[in-house]
Design a protein around this ligand. Structure first.
Ligand SMILES: Nc1ncnc2c1ncn2[C@@H]1O[C@H](COP(=O)(O)OP(=O)(O)OP(=O)(O)O)[C@@H](O)[C@H]1O
Ligand SMILES: [Mg+2]
Length: 363
């Protein structure tokens, strides 16, 4: 876009435990298919209790910390106030829906989508914000597909309020699965006959996304998270949270490094995780008739750094599983601007930054 007034907009990932900022800029000279490069990436941890399960409990303190971080990082909101942000995965909905029309029509209308809501979401229409996009529209067909994203107003409004008070203009709020998929699905790769799973293991929430036919099919919150894994280790091995976090990061599920007790605790957790993923894949097989075979799962979020997790999950699910490269659409292989272990925590923020530079106002 030539005259994009928001070209310096940044991606802002607001989580319970951390806030992450990523800003991209146009390359002076394109490098093959790569048009952008990193202008800024930073993050800071939020003390517990300020945002809890996606609900903003202490907005004033979050605003104070966010403004002070941005000032420190030399992101001057009087010059660049625009951001694309996301809403907590556990409180939002995203799913591909099939719509059966009584007769073919050129374009779907808002009312076509609204009529479906009661059968899909436990909310009244006036309680939610809806966003939707038709997938592969064919005006001659009566059976159409729509990617629907919905957020309860009581969740979204405090985020708008928070950013406005902080002096930030939110150009868009996305459901988290969208930026994740945007960052990690390689645009150069032909995936017409394959579907992909993406598992995001964050500090307080995890989700499993299925991507197929060029779009997200659905996203499911999983009752497992990085902090829960630490708490499990803490209880089972009678440690403090800090000690448990330390051995989780240092030893993980690496047989050569961890004690048999830790291995046992992690084995149970990973077993449970594998079961939940199998159920989600099964759900996809049963409910989505046009599915492609799931050929692999990519792991992101800081929890994906658990040593040996990829190998254990691969063996349990009998499928290729590896960590994502969230720079895959921005940098050629080997030229990524930060180590991949660190990068995977930035996956959501990178996807938001891509939206901010490419298409800030519409999906
Ligand atoms: N090497 C490691 N091994 C295991 N877990 C790790 C490792 N490094 C980070 N983690 C875990 O990753 C989690 C943080 O991940 P991430 O930065 O993606 O979370 P977040 O975005 O702050 O949280 P959320 O998305 O839940 O709001 C923490 O639970 C941390 O313990
Ligand atoms: Mg996160």
């Amino acid at each position: 876009m030539f005259l994009n007034p928001f070209k310096k907009a940044f991606g802002l990932d607001l989580g319970d435990h951390s806030i992450k900022v990523v800003q991209l800029k146009q390359r002076l000279v394109n490098k093959g298919p790569y048009h952008y490069e990193l202008a800024h990436a930073s993050s800071f941890n939020l003390p517990a209790g300020l945002i809890v399960n996606g609900e903003i409990v202490q907005p004033e303190e979050v605003i104070r910390l966010l403004k002070s971080h941005l000032t420190q990082q030399k992101i001057h909101l009087n010059k660049i106030p625009w951001a694309v942000s996301c809403l907590p995965e556990t409180k939002t909905y995203i799913q591909l829906l099939n719509i059966h029309l009584s007769e073919p029509k050129e374009k779907l209308e808002q009312s076509d989508i609204e009529s479906l809501i009661p059968s899909y979401l436990p909310y009244e229409l006036n309680e939610i914000y809806l966003d939707w996009q038709e997938i592969n529209p064919n005006p001659k067909e009566v059976d159409r597909s729509v990617l629907l994203a919905a957020v309860p107003k009581k969740i979204a409004d405090p985020y708008t309020y928070l950013l406005n008070i902080a002096g930030i203009v939110p150009l868009a709020f996305e459901v988290e699965a969208l930026p994740i998929a945007r960052a990690v699905i390689n645009r150069q790769k032909d995936l017409t006959t394959q579907s992909r799973g993406i598992l995001d293991l964050g500090a307080t929430r995890s989700s499993f996304i299925i991507y197929d036919h060029g779009t997200i099919q659905f996203s499911l919150s999983l009752p497992i998270s990085g902090a829960q894994i630490t708490e499990h280790i803490q209880k089972s091995l009678s440690l403090t949270f800090e000690q448990a976090e330390k051995i989780k990061k240092e030893c993980g599920a690496d047989k050569g490094k961890c004690s048999p007790e830790l291995a046992k605790v992690l084995e149970e957790i990973i077993d449970d995780l594998a079961k939940k993923i199998t159920q989600a894949i099964q759900f996809y097989k049963v409910h989505f008739p046009e599915k492609n075979t799931l050929t692999g799962i990519r792991l992101c979020g800081g929890g994906a750094n658990l040593l040996n997790l990829e190998n254990i999950l691969s063996a349990k699910l009998k499928m290729k599983i590896r960590k994502v490269n969230p720079w895959v659409n921005i940098y050629p292989k080997g030229e990524e601007p930060m180590p991949l272990d660190e990068s995977i925590s930035y996956t959501t923020a990178i996807g938001l930054a891509l939206r901010a530079i490419e298409n800030p106002l519409t999906i």
